[in-house]
Ligand binder design. Structure first.
Ligand code: ATP
Ligand code: MG
Length: 570
C-alpha cells in the first residue's frame, strides 16, 4: 500500500468529545470515524487492525476445533420470548418490526439463535462435543455509549458456543476456551488477567472475564498480594467480619441535629465509623424500594445487591419513594419500614453490637442497636452485599488484596442447561436417554480489544502498536518524495520488502518530512525504514523502532536481516 493512495486522514487537533486516550488516538490516527452516537466507520488502517485481530482469534478458535458459522443479525422475537429474555433484556435491545408487523431485534448476543439451530440438528451424543463460533456485529443500545470502540452500540464480537453431553465435557470446553483466550490476548501483546466474574441474577454459572490492565478501564479488579486470586470486585466475595464481644446496651433513640450523613453522626457522637450502620436506597425496574444496609465504613456492591433481590437494574431511589415506605431520607433504619420494601442487610452488619443507625425520624438516631436482636428477622434479607476494598482479606488465603483497573475484553461462561432446557435442545445419550445439552458461551469484543491495546501502548506522540495487530508492521518513509532518486530507491526497498513477505506501507506522499515522521509516530507502525539523502549518497538506510525510539543504520545488503531481527523482538 502507498500512503499517497491511502485514505487515512490524520488530525493534529485533539477531538473534544473523546475522553480516553484510545478514542482520541483512533480518531487522530485516522482509524475510525463516528457515524452516530456509539456507531463507527472503520477506515482502512482501523479495519486492518480489526482484520488482524480477527485472524488471530480465528486461528486460536480453530485450534480448539471451533467451527466458524454466520448467523443472522436480525432475530425473531419468538425465540427470545421462549427464554423470557425478550422482556428481561430491557431497553438495551434494539427492536424492530418487519413489514408484517412481526417483532424482531438486532442481535445483542446469540444464545437463543444458536440453541434453536442445534435443537433441530443435534440429536445424539455421537454429534458431541460441538463448538461453533462467528465474528459479527452486535447491537446494544447502551445508555451511555462512550470511549469510542470501547463501549459502542454497534460492535464486533466473536461469540462462540459449546455443546457437550456431560459436565466433564463441558469443563473441557470451558478450559479449552480459557486457554484459547489466554493465547489470543498473549499473541496480541496485551498485559491482561483472567478474573473471576459475576454471573448475574439468573444462571449462577462459572465465569471468568479477561481484563486488560489499564487505568482508564471501567472494571475494578481485586487481586491478592499473596496467592493467585483475582476477581472483578462486582463478584469478589467477602467473609463476614465478626465484631468484638461486649456487653449489650439498650436500644435508645437520641437527638442528632443536622446529622444527615453517617460521617456527621459518627463525628457528633465521637463514634468510629465501624460502629455505625449506613443505608443506601435504590429502586428496581418495577419501582420497588430496595434498602441496603452496610457498616458505615463499607460500600454497597450494587451487583451483589441486584442479585440478592433478583433485580435487573437498580437506580438511586426517589425521596418520595423512601417517604412512602415510611423511611426518612438521611435517617434510615430497617425499623419502621412498611411491608413491600425489600430490605437487604450486609452479613457483617448482623454481627455488630451497640451500633448507631438512623431512627427513621429527622434529627434522630438509634444507639445501642444490635441488629441480631433489634431487626425483624422476618422482614430482612441477610447477604454479602459489600464492595471489596483495597486491604480487605483475600477470600482464598486471607492476605490483603489490591485494587487495579482494567478493561473487560472477553468473557468465558459456563451456561449449563439454562438455554437448552428453555428451548428444548435435547440429545439421546449412550443409553438412549433424552438429556438437555450442556452449554458454554464465550465472547470477545474485537473493537474493544483494539482500543485496549492502544490504552496500554501509547506515548505523547501516538500509538505504539504491538506487532501482531499493527495496521502495517513497517513503514518505508521517503524523506523527500520530490527527489527522483530518493523516491526510486524507496520504491525498490518497498518492493523488496513486499516480495520478502513483510507487511509494509510506503509513505511516498509529497509532504514535508516532519509531517510524515509525525504521522508515522501517531499511527504507530512498529518499525520505520527511512530513505533519505544519505541513502542516495552512500546507500545508508535508517531503521527506527517506534517503541524504544532506537535507531539503527544498515545497507541495502543488511537492512532486511536487521528489520527481521527488530520485528522479532516486538
Ligand atoms: P460490559 O459489562 O462491559 O457491558 P458485557 O459483560 O455486557 O460487557 P458480554 O456480553 O460479556 O459483555 O460480551 C462479550 C464481550 O463483548 C465483552 O467482553 C466486551 O469485550 C464486548 N462488548 C460488550 N459490550 C460492548 C460494547 N458496548 N462495545 C464494545 N464491546 C463490547
Ligand atoms: Mg461480560
Amino acid at each position: 500500500m502507498r500512503a499517497s493512495k491511502l485514505y487515512a486522514p490524520t488530525l493534529r487537533e485533539v477531538p473534544s468529545d473523546a475522553e480516553v486516550t484510545s478514542h482520541r488516538l483512533m480518531l487522530r490516527a485516522g482509524l475510525i470515524r463516528k457515524a452516530a452516537s456509539g456507531m463507527y466507520t472503520y477506515l482502512p488502517l482501523g479495519w486492518r487492525v480489526i482484520r488482524k485481530l480477527e485472524r488471530i482469534i480465528r486461528e486460536e478458535m480453530e485450534a480448539k476445533d471451533g467451527q466458524e458459522i454466520m448467523m443472522p443479525i436480525v432475530q425473531p422475537a419468538e425465540i427470545w420470548q421462549e427464554t423470557k429474555r425478550w422482556d428481561a433484556f430491557g431497553p438495551e435491545m434494539f427492536r424492530l418490526k418487519d413489514v408484517h408487523e412481526h417483532d424482531f431485534c438486532l442481535g445483542p448476543t446469540h444464545e437463543e439463535m444458536i440453541t434453536t439451530l442445534v435443537r433441530n440438528e443435534v440429536r445424539s451424543y455421537k454429534q458431541l462435543p460441538l463448538n461453533l463460533f462467528q465474528i459479527q456485529n452486535k447491537y446494544r443500545d447502551e445508555r451511555r455509549p462512550r470511549f469510542g470502540l470501547m463501549r459502542s452500540r454497534e460492535f464486533i464480537m466473536k461469540d462462540a458456543y459449546s455443546f457437550d453431553a456431560d459436565e466433564a465435557g463441558a469443563d473441557v470446553a470451558y478450559r479449552d476456551m480459557y486457554d484459547a483466550y489466554t493465547r489470543i490476548f498473549t499473541r496480541c501483546g496485551l498485559n491482561f488477567r483472567p478474573v473471576e466474574a459475576d454471573s448475574g441474577a439468573i444462571g449462577g454459572g462459572h465465569t471468568h472475564e479477561f481484563t486488560v490492565l489499564a487505568e482508564s478501564g471501567e472494571s475494578e479488579i481485586a487481586s491478592c498480594t499473596s496467592c493467585d486470586f483475582a476477581a472483578n470486585i462486582e463478584k469478589a466475595e467477602l467473609k463476614t467480619v465478626a465484631a468484638p464481644d461486649e456487653p449489650l446496651t439498650d436500644l435508645k433513640k437520641i437527638e442528632t441535629p443536622d446529622c444527615k450523613t453517617i460521617e456527621a453522626v459518627a463525628d457528633f457522637l465521637s463514634l468510629p465509623l465501624d460502629k455505625t450502620i449506613k443505608a443506601v436506597a435504590f429502586q428496581d425496574e418495577e419501582g420497588t424500594l430496595v434498602l441496603a444496609f452496610v457498616r458505615g465504613d463499607h460500600e454497597v456492591n450494587e451487583v451483589k445487591l441486584a442479585n440478592a433481590v433478583e433485580a435487573r437494574e437498580l437506580v438511586m431511589a426517589e425521596e418520595s419513594a423512601i417517604e412512602e415506605a415510611g423511611g426518612t431520607p438521611g435517617y434510615m433504619s430497617p425499623i419502621g419500614i412498611r411491608k413491600g420494601t425489600k430490605i437487604v442487610v450486609d452479613a457483617t452488619v448482623m454481627q455488630m453490637k451497640n451500633a448507631c443507625a438512623g431512627a427513621n425520624e429527622v434529627g434522630y438516631h438509634y444507639t445501642g442497636l444490635t441488629p441480631s436482636r433489634d431487626f425483624d428477622a422476618e422482614r430482612i434479607l441477610v447477604r454479602d452485599i459489600r464492595l471489596m476494598q483495597e486491604g480487605d482479606p483475600c477470600p482464598h488465603c486471607g492476605h490483603e488484596v489490591v485494587i487495579t483497573r482494567g478493561i473487560e475484553v472477553g468473557q468465558v461462561f459456563k451456561l449449563g442447561t439454562k438455554y437448552s432446557e428453555a428451548l428444548g435442545a435435547t440429545f439421546l445419550d449412550e443409553n438412549g436417554k433424552s438429556k438437555p445439552l450442556i452449554m458454554g458461551c464465550y465472547g470477545i469484543g474485537v473493537g474493544r480489544t483494539a482500543a485496549a491495546a492502544i490504552e496500554q501502548n501509547n506515548d505523547e506522540h501516538g500509538i505504539i502498536w504491538p506487532r501482531a495487530i499493527a495496521p502495517f508492521e513497517v513503514c518505508v518513509l521517503v524523506v523527500n518524495a520530490r527527489k527522483e532518486d530518493e523516491l526510486r530507491l524507496a520504491e525498490e526497498v518497498y518492493q523488496e520488502l513486499k516480495t520478502a513477505g513483510f507487511d509494509v506501507l510506503l509513505d511516498d506522499r509529497p509532504e514535508r518530512a516532519g509531517v510524515k515522521f509525525k504521522d508515522a509516530d501517531l499511527i504507530g507502525y512498529p518499525v520505520r525504514v527511512t530513505i533519505g539523502p544519505k541513502t542516495a549518497e552512500s546507500g545508508e538506510i535508517e531503521l527506527k523502532v517506534r517503541r524504544t525510539g532506537e535507531t539503527f543504520t544498515a545497507t541495502r545488503e543488511t537492512y532486511q536481516a536487521k528489520l527481521r531481527e527488530l520485528l522479532d523482538t516486538l
